[in-house]
Design a protein around this ligand. Sequence first.
Ligand code: CMC
Length: 375
Amino acid sequence: MHMDKGLDHTIIGESTKSFIDGQKGILEFNGIDIDALARHSTFEEVTFLLWNDRLPNADELAAFEAEIRSEYELGPELLDMLRLVPRDASPMHVLRTMVSAMGTTDPDCNDQSFESERAKAMKVLAKTPAIIAAFSRLRKGEEPVAPKPDLNVATNFLWMLNGEMPGEASARAIDVCLVLHADHGINASTFSAMVTIATQSDMYSALTSAIGTLRGPLHGGANERVMHMLQDIGSIDKVDGFVAESLASKSKIMGFGHRVYKALDPRAKYLRTFAEKIADETGNHDLYAMSTRIQDIMEREVGDKGIYPNVDFYSATTYFSLGLEIDLFTPVFALSRNAGWAAHVLEQHQDNRLIRPRCQYTGPHGSDYVPIEER
Ligand code: CMC
């Protein structure tokens, strides 16, 4: 037995889904470099890749897309439940609650076959955009917009969110963000999902665990914190002072650092280029300039410690420039990561072993039970 707090040095099993080289800054899904996928692929195709360990041919992709689109609708039961959620609830709490609620409306929730668990994953993946979009509208006093089954996931999401057709560039920008966030080894939320399915629980429970885990600011919640940080800093002339003060007081700069990457996160490299392009298109130059200034100072001050921007740093400005409300940033991360969570859950389901680590007990032994009236 060895102690590994944080599991930094523990390999918990085998996986064919994603490969990370943290020293060289490489990420591959089933052997394909993330950069190639971001340039050429779509969220639907990457989901097929993660679930089947190979790229689809044209017919297979069309059938897979049709399957996703056939599940876009929330249906009256889930919509009624969503209408009962307090309007001021955090969207991540809402998403977690609704994915959990999906288990209550599925007659096959206790069918533990691989096919049934895959079908549940498909339902969650396809309906998550509708949950986020409908809640965003309901809390503003607007009616949910019905999905359009002729649109891909990214375009349909923006359509349901805004009630108008997005431009091609915005829809592609969201699609690329979904590709980049789709999987990332055994990160904290994926691990959470795997622990849950390893008890022979079910896909809804596993994905509910994962959403709850993603929410924290040390994980997916960082993208929202990045945006609040940039807003608090306010302008480029305050950046140097802010970073210096944060480093001196040992406060974490959100969107920097990673447990695995000690080089630039390859997703951040791609998102930086993207953030620049979108800043040019939307006129959000200040945010982009502040971000690059923070990166420059951080690389100078703590680059030798392996602290570089992670995926959340430039995705924050990208989402903001695209007009997303800040508290929807992490739900959009979850929307995408459904693909990876389900891939790992299905992998665990096929070769399962209960995940049950131990801790080093440091309490007393042989203590007396003292009756309550004597305490
Ligand atoms: N800003 C300043 N210093 C940092 C940062 C940061 N963002 N991240 C790590 N450090 C320093 C830390 O202070 C420590 O320094 P020292 O050795 O002098 O005490 C050293 O680097 C190691 O930090 P750690 O927290 O022990 O490292 P970890 O592997 O446990 O943490 C992390 C990884 C992601 C939790 C951490 O880097 C962090 O809190 N970053 C900010 C939050 C964030 O951006 N999270 C998103 C993670 S990536 C996307 C995702 O997974 O969802």
